[in-house]
Design a protein around this ligand. Structure first.
Ligand code: PXG
Length: 286
């Protein structure tokens, strides 16, 4: 039996969950989305994800045809219908059916799609040993072209960097902005420890304001660790004491090698491990 998918106001069988070839989400990548974890039947940081979705939609002049409370209710219904205990929700708002032309205002019926399913996880071994990554040559979208804060259905910028990673037999790549500063990974935010201080690029460097990022910053400060938002160079990454990525899928994962430069002693460091543990506890109890 397939999944039950929320599509345009109701739950339908996976086999019937189809959208038009004239949907501008498909034709132009015109739409926004969220990826959200479910831990023990509870939707992780529900409000923060919903707020970010509505901000992304607002920024592209897309009106979500439900209010926040209705959308949360639809998400919960979809999670329950699929008996998702620990898993993942993909929330997609596409511009809807239009004509062959960019004009978004001919699309009068945005599509709300909710998929509640399992999540693709990295192998456990990667968390223990740490991950090897590369620097991508693909520059992160210029904030004045397509603000990386909009979680849009246009992921080609990130996909091009992901291809570079996969071609190098690693799973992730760091993307730098047009000024050469670290922006983020293809689907994760970046943190390093330098001289005992945790540094992460400011959102203005060209990253999505990760929900996991914000939780990890909060947890680190609660542990008495100092966290500073700061522009980071490739050199800063190479010479970091610890390096980790945060994101909905990865949670907190240590990086031990970038472009052949070994980080620290080649294993996930103590702060990385502590924050991974604290994040796990927070997620389980949240
Ligand atoms: N940057 C980008 C570009 C992302 O897409 C993050 C940072 C981390 O944000 P959160 O809010 O998740 O901490 C993301 C999130 C997937 C997938 O299927 C991607 C994300 C989230 C969930 C699933 O590849 N990206």
């Amino acid at each position: 039996m397939g999944l039950k998918i929320w599509l345009d106001g109701t739950l339908v069988d996976e086999a019937d969950a189809k959208i038009s070839v004239f949907d501008h989400g498909l034709l132009y990548g015109d739409g926004v989305f969220e990826g959200i974890r479910v831990y023990h039947q509870r939707i992780f940081e529900e409000e923060a994800h919903i707020d970010r979705l509505y901000e992304s939609a607002h920024a592209i002049r897309l009106t979500i045809p439900m209010d926040k409370a209705q959308l949360i209710e639809a998400m919960r219904e979809t999670v329950a219908a699929n008996e998702v205990g620990n898993g993942y929700i993909r929330l997609v708002i596409s511009r809807g059916v239009g004509t062959l032309g960019l004009n978004p205002f001919v699309c009068h019926h945005p599509m709300v799609i909710i998929i509640a399913s399992k999540i693709q996880l990295y192998p456990e071994e990667l968390y223990e040993k740490g991950m090897k990554i590369i620097s991508a040559s693909t520059v992160r979208n210029h904030p004045q072209a397509l603000p990386p804060q909009i979680k849009s259905l246009n992921y080609l910028n990130n996909i091009l960097a992901k291809i570079e990673a996969l071609d190098s037999n690693v799973m992730e790549a760091i993307m730098y902005n047009h000024e050469g500063y670290v922006a983020e990974a293809t689907g994760d935010n970046v943190f390093v420890v330098r001289r005992g201080v945790i540094n992460t690029p400011p959102v203005s460097a060209g990253s999505l304001e990760g929900i996991t990022r914000n939780v990890v910053i909060k947890l680190a400060r609660e542990e008495g660790l100092s966290v500073e938002e700061k522009n980071l160079t490739r050199f800063d990454l190479y010479t970091s004491e610890e390096f980790f990525l945060t994101g909905t899928a990865a949670e907190v994962i240590g990086i031990v090698d970038i472009d052949g430069r070994i980080i620290g002693d080649g294993q996930p460091g103590p702060i990385t491990k502590l924050l991974r543990k604290k994040f796990f506890e927070y997620a389980q109890g949240n």
